[in-house]
Design a protein around this ligand. Structure first.
Ligand code: CO8
Length: 261
């Protein structure tokens, strides 16, 4: 496995764990980190041994404290647009990775960090985590799809409040508004993320993958098209060995042994 400058990658029994690793800059996303993440996601997408991915930040303080402000400070309009497009493309790739992705949010998730967490399928936060989109305090809008994913997760009104004020919220409030799925003490964060990964891994892999595709594709369609898409996906499950196994196991009152076929 290739060594990265700004990322750590480990593989632990079916779980690929990506750590954004620039703790001195609170794991701020610079161009080099984003390009490495892009490359690593391509590797993971092609690796069937990775069943679930967890993304976290290095150190105790931050998940990711945003895009790297020192790098953005002198950007021209065109460079800013290209930087936004790169970030959007990488986060799109993450959102549509075949494997489920869990963000283990260990600290500040601000700006691009909140956007990174929102591009994951599920967010588990330490009770020390803080979330926000402080871009307006810097004279910019979010540029890695925060204006789009935040309202889809928490609703327009709450999203606009966070976007217009730039306020930070704590993990309890993030949970209350539906921005995170679960809040745990910091020392339990990785165990909680791995436990959820294990549970997902125990389910029929193709069915999980198709659920992800149905939600992601369907959310961008009108309801009628989306439910029609779901019917196709549902039908496809009946072509898998795991559907036969899952239903046979139920009828025979035993635990299913899924093979991902
Ligand atoms: N970029 C670069 N460096 C950073 C960043 C960042 N986003 N955040 C923190 N750092 C650095 C600090 O500069 C500091 O470096 P040094 O030790 O060399 O001075 C180090 O990390 C530690 O940070 P602090 O000393 O500030 O730590 P504090 O505990 O005092 O404060 C905070 C922690 C509150 C998280 C504070 O660091 C902070 O406010 N950071 C910036 C948060 C922010 O505004 N993030 C949003 C950035 S904009 C963005 O993400 C837009 C994404 C889309 C862009 C698309 C463009 C088209």
């Amino acid at each position: 496995m290739k060594e990265y400058q700004n990322l750590l990658y480990e593989f632990d029994g079916g779980i690929g764990i990506i750590t954004i690793n620039r703790p001195k800059a609170l794991n701020a996303l610079n161009g080099a980190t984003m390009r490495e993440l892009n490359e690593l996601l391509d590797v993971i997408a092609q690796d069937p041994s990775v069943k679930v991915v967890i993304i976290t930040g290095s150190g105790e303080k931050a998940f990711v404290a945003g895009a790297d402000i020192t790098e953005m400070q002198s950007m021209s309009a065109i460079e800013g647009r290209n930087w936004g497009k790169l970030g959007q493309a990488v986060f799109d790739k993450l959102e549509n990775l075949p494997q489920p992705v869990i963000a283990a949010v260990n600290g500040f998730a601000l700006g691009g960090g909140c956007e990174l967490a929102m591009a994951c399928d599920i967010r588990i936060a330490s009770d020390k985590a803080k979330f926000g989109q402080p871009e307006v305090t810097l004279g910019i809008t979010p540029g890695f799809a925060g204006t789009q994913r935040l309202p889809r997760l928490v609703g327009k009104g709450r999203a606009k409040e966070l976007l217009f004020t730039g306020d930070m919220i704590d993990a309890a409030e993030a949970y209350r508004i539906g921005l995170v799925n679960k809040v745990v003490p910091p020392e339990e964060l990785m165990a909680a993320a791995k436990a959820m990964a294990q549970k997902i891994m125990s389910r029929a892999p193709m069915a999980v993958q198709l659920c992800k595709a149905a939600v992601n594709e369907g959310m961008d369609m009108d309801l009628q098209s989306a439910v029609a898409y779901e019917a196709e996906v549902f039908g496809l499950c009946f072509a898998t060995a795991d559907q036969k196994e899952g239903m046979a196991a139920f009828v025979e009152k035993r635990k299913a042994n899924f093979t991902g076929k």
